[in-house]
Design a protein around this ligand. Sequence first.
Ligand SMILES: Nc1ncnc2c1ncn2[C@@H]1O[C@H](COP(=O)(O)OP(=O)(O)OP(=O)(O)O)[C@@H](O)[C@H]1O
Length: 325
Amino acid sequence: MDAIETNSLGRRFGDVNAVESLDLTVQKGEIYGFLGPNGAGKSTTINMLLGFTPPSSGSGTVLGYDLEHESVAIRQSVGVLPEDFGVYGRLTARKHVRFAIETKGADDDPDDLLGRVELADVADRTAGGFSTGMKQRLALAMALAGNPDLLILDEPSSGLDPNGAREMRAIIREENERGTTVFFSSHVMEQVEAICDRVGIMRDGRLIAEDAIDSLKDRFDADSRLVFTLDTVADDIVPALETMNGVTDINADGNDVSVVVADASRKAPVIEAVGASGVTIKDIRIDDSSLEDLFATLTTGERPTSRHAEENAANTTQLIREADQ
Ligand SMILES: Nc1ncnc2c1ncn2[C@@H]1O[C@H](COP(=O)(O)OP(=O)(O)OP(=O)(O)O)[C@@H](O)[C@H]1O
């Protein structure tokens, strides 16, 4: 049994097809990133999964429960972090969590749940004075009540600074390592690339791609760019590279030569060819397509226009990966 399965699930609001013919499969134990720009249909999908919005067509199950007829059981079994979560300013963190435990009819120790989100030290403080990151983590502690097999997190990192987002990712990973399936929606691509096993990308109510991130990059011809800084650019180097198999674009600018290859396996032959041409390579920079590029390609049909934006995206992803290690 999959954690989430939908079959041709759809929801219309008047003329708007908010979600259309959605076939989604989230396997047990995975971290699944549900991506899409504003208005793509992510929240409507989550609301249907939780039984808050009835579907106009199709069907689905969450943890084996039918989403139309067993939504109470779904809400009892799933931990949810809603996008618009608000705290009760005068209640302590512990009281928030105790409330969630009682609502679920569970018997967790509130301090244990607060410890799992790094809030044990502030259990007696009122939540009104918490930072955005602390509020998000408090909401996550509440979602953990009842030891859910599935966590549905709607934009869990929204409004967080890089440190807050990193803490959130570490906690999500820990919960996943305890065996919890995680389904989270986001439009922050780097967050998803840094943590998810698989992603599904929504556009205009439809799931336009679903796969492991690396496979998605392969499938959508994500390219790699090599930027060489040479001691001198010999006249024949650009024509020689142009004839190489897999090279799709070349630009020479001063002593910099930038070469785009269609897939990552073509990088090594290009580096060898430049080395063998007799020039001295002073520096090589490699930019692999990031999920940000892929997302832009899939959701707008265009590659990012600014090289700078691409570099930023690649660098940010790298920084997030390094920071998480
Ligand atoms: N209650 C509603 N009544 C009318 N239209 C709605 C309603 N809820 C959603 N929609 C429309 O359905 C489409 C999908 O919206 P949805 O909120 O699911 O997208 P989303 O991907 O979650 O976007 P965001 O990232 O902005 O939250 C949008 O065109 C939205 O305007």
